[in-house]
Design a protein around this ligand. Structure first.
Ligand SMILES: Nc1ncnc2c1ncn2[C@@H]1O[C@H](COP(=O)(O)OP(=O)(O)O)[C@@H](O)[C@H]1O
Ligand SMILES: [Mg+2]
Length: 318
């Protein structure tokens, strides 16, 4: 049995399906729920943390059903919401101790100090939180979430609004918590961060899981090389040997190829012959952005170009 399991979880807000039959299984790892704004990440987390009732389906955490045994679930988890606020009129230690007391922890000061040390905040523990940077506040929120030693930690967009260095630090702390044996369920819409720091990701789009696996696995389902082409106007993806269409984002179309260097001139020539105005072309390795584009394309064009192409591509790779 996995630490976090969801089975066909569904949430409707009136007639909007925000979470659409989500089935996931998460162990002691950093699992990233990755998707654009409005894709259903927060709704999923709210259901798993017992704050929102699913419309249908079920889920369990450490074997406790989120609906039948909500109390047990709550004692096994911690949740840091996207817009959690620390009390800026209190010191760091006071903020954490407030949580420790709330959880009824026997020696709240010791536990608070331990959590503050883990988050590298010991030196600033007696300063008012008002004087903390954004990254330090986020770490303080993590310290608050750690005082009752949860088995599973839910973090909703923990790096939103932080600068690059602070983001990296948050992810490093997330990694070290996971190595201590905690299951971490983290949401983000930053593909590059999920790629670098998550053991596995579930890509969610319009409430549906479009792809799930380790970033490496997901990327190797694409070919070796990604060719991006910036164009002007419309473009019907050409039918070209060894080149497969991935998707389009604004004026940029992506293709995947086994050998990008060989495919690039052929693709350029074909596009030009088809009267497509090519502004720029480039070659690079696949990223999770490409995986997202491909997965979403498959979801949204079940009988379209991308789907048939990718079926073909997958057949070839077997
Ligand atoms: N309380 C609510 N009432 C109605 N619709 C909501 C509510 N919360 C979220 N939604 C809608 O559900 C969808 C998923 O939202 P959310 O789970 O917040 O996505 P994310 O966290 O990925 O940005 C969005 O279309 C959003 O507008
Ligand atoms: Mg959200």
């Amino acid at each position: 049995m996995s630490i976090i399991e969801t089975n066909e979880l569904v949430k409707y807000y009136d007639d909007l399906c925000a979470v659409d039959h989500v089935t996931l299984s998460i162990d002691k790892e950093v699992f990233g729920l990755l998707g654009p704004n409005g894709s259903g990440k927060t709704t999923t987390v709210l259901m798993l943390t017992t704050l929102l009732r699913p419309t249908s389906g079920n889920a369990s955490i450490c074997g406790h059903d989120i609906q039948k045994h909500a109390e047990r679930v709550r004692s096994a988890i911690s949740y840091v919401p996207q817009d959690m606020a620390v009390d800026i009129k209190l010191t760091g230690r006071e903020n954490v101790m407030f949580f420790a007391k709330l959880y009824g922890i026997p020696s709240p000061k010791d536990k608070a100090d331990e959590a503050l040390a883990l988050m590298e905040l010991s030196e600033r523990a007696d300063d008012l939180t008002r004087t903390y940077s954004g990254g330090m506040r986020r770490r303080l929120e993590l310290a608050q979430a750690l005082v009752h030693e949860p088995s599973a930690l839910f973090l909703d967009e923990p790096t939103l609004g932080l600068d690059v260095a602070a983001r990296k630090k948050i992810w490093e702390h997330i990694g070290s918590l996971s190595r201590r044996g905690m299951s971490i369920f983290v949401t983000t819409h930053y593909m590059d961060e999920a790629d670098r720091f998550c053991d596995r990701v579930g890509i969610i789009n319009r409430g549906k899981i479009a792809a799930c696996g380790s970033p490496e696995e997901l990327k190797t389902n694409l070919m070796n090389d990604i060719i991006t082409v910036r164009i002007e106007g419309m473009c019907q993806p050409p039918d070209l040997e060894g080149v497969w269409y991935v998707g389009r984002q604004e004026d940029e179309i992506s293709f995947t190829a086994e050998n990008g260097k060989e495919a690039l001139p052929a693709l350029a020539e074909t596009l030009t012959r088809n009267n497509v105005k090519v502004r720029a072309m480039s070659l690079r390795e696949p990223t999770l952005d490409d995986v997202f584009l491909q997965a979403v394309g498959q979801q949204e064009e079940p009988h379209g170009f991308a789907d048939s192409k990718f079926r073909m591509m997958l057949r070839r790779r077997r």
